[in-house]
Design a protein around this ligand. Structure first.
Ligand code: NAP
Length: 292
């Protein structure tokens, strides 16, 4: 029984992510056609009820809505350029990762072929696809987003960031940077406490609770960043320069790599040199915006 939408959808690209997207649509009873360069990857989905297209053209022509998720934009153009004429009157949702500039170029390309276009960024790994806890960011045509919101909700919580098709990729890049910095900081801390025989599974619940406090700091400093004023009435850059030395010392004593805290300290020192010693940590953005 269809739980979601009475429409046909095509998924192009059945790697780890594309397969998860197609499976989530099938779970909701959506009539789904799939195509992948290596045909074998369609077999598991066919067993669950997907229709397998023999060619990209057949795949595009099988549906009103085409969701693409391949490795990169070169692969995307390689698949779609030869069948561009078939996109006319259809809608293309591109979940392939890329830069904002590539997304904007793709939007122009799709519209020049008469297709509506939405660009997207999947903020989870394949096991999270389909969960409403997980965001999928979209930008581009609000008309396509509103018309297809119910289908897109089958893939994760759909969040529309505005009409500029590059915005989802821009957020994606920024959020992945946040993820890598956070995970590397956590692993560094895990290595430091681990040297004193604290297991990662013991340290991590405390680290996660700390992230809740850190989220509060971000909210406070976001307002300061927007105002361009960084009153150091909670903790100053000067104080944090002294404090980070405790981490550097503890890591050094335990033989743990210190490249990350040294980089962070260097950034704080540059902020102090630029006159932000008595400002809040939010003032670091001034250094990041104007690298030496
Ligand atoms: P993957 O498992 O390596 O799958 C790559 C897909 O791209 C396969 O379907 C592959 O086809 C296809 N492909 C590669 N080169 C191609 C070409 N020249 N022509 C046609 N098809 C080509 O990668 P994935 O994890 O599914 O990632 C797909 C996209 O989702 C990427 O842009 C990735 O950044 C994004 N993404 C992934 C995750 C994640 O956690 N995995 C999260 C967010 C976003 P074959 O099967 O024939 O090789």
């Amino acid at each position: 029984m269809k739980e979601c939408c009475d429409m046909r959808v095509t998924v192009i690209g059945l790697g780890s992510m594309g397969s998860a997207l197609a499976a989530a649509l099938l779970d909701k009873g959506v009539e789904t056609t799939v195509w992948n360069r290596s045909a074998g990857k369609a077999e598991a989905l066919a067993a669950r009820g997907a229709r397998v297209a023999a060619t990209p053209r057949e795949a595009v022509e099988a549906a009103d809505l085409v969701i693409a998720c391949v490795l990169d934009y070169d692969a995307l153009h390689g698949v779609l350029d030869p069948v561009a004429g078939s996109l006319e009157g259809r809608q293309l949702v591109n979940l392939t990762s890329g830069s904002p500039e590539q997304a904007r170029q793709m939007d122009g390309w799709a519209r020049s072929h008469g297709a509506g276009y939405l660009d997207g960024a999947i903020m989870t790994t394949p096991p999270g696809v389909g969960s409403q806890e997980m965001m999928i960011l979209y930008s581009g045509s609000a008309e396509v987003f509103e018309a297809r919101r119910a289908i897109l909700a089958a893939l994760g919580d759909p969040v529309h960031l505005g009409a500029d098709p590059g915005t989802a990729s821009l957020y994606d890049a920024a959020l992945l940077g946040l993820m890598w910095a956070t995970m590397t900081g956590w692993l560094h801390g895990t290595a430091v406490v681990g040297a004193d025989k604290v297991e990662a599974t013991v340290f991590t619940p405390v680290a996660i609770r700390w992230l809740g406090a850190v989220a509060g700091f971000l909210t406070r400093y976001a307002a300061q960043v927007d105002e361009g004023r960084y009153p150091g009435d909670d903790a100053t850059v000067d104080v944090q320069i002294v404090t980070i030395d405790h981490l550097i010392h503890a890591a050094q004593k335990r033989g743990v790599d210190n490249a990350l805290p040294e980089l962070l300290k260097d950034t704080m020192l540059r902020a102090r040199a630029a006159g932000h010693g008595s400002d809040s940590f939010g003032s670091i953005i001034e250094v990041l915006r104007s690298p030496a």
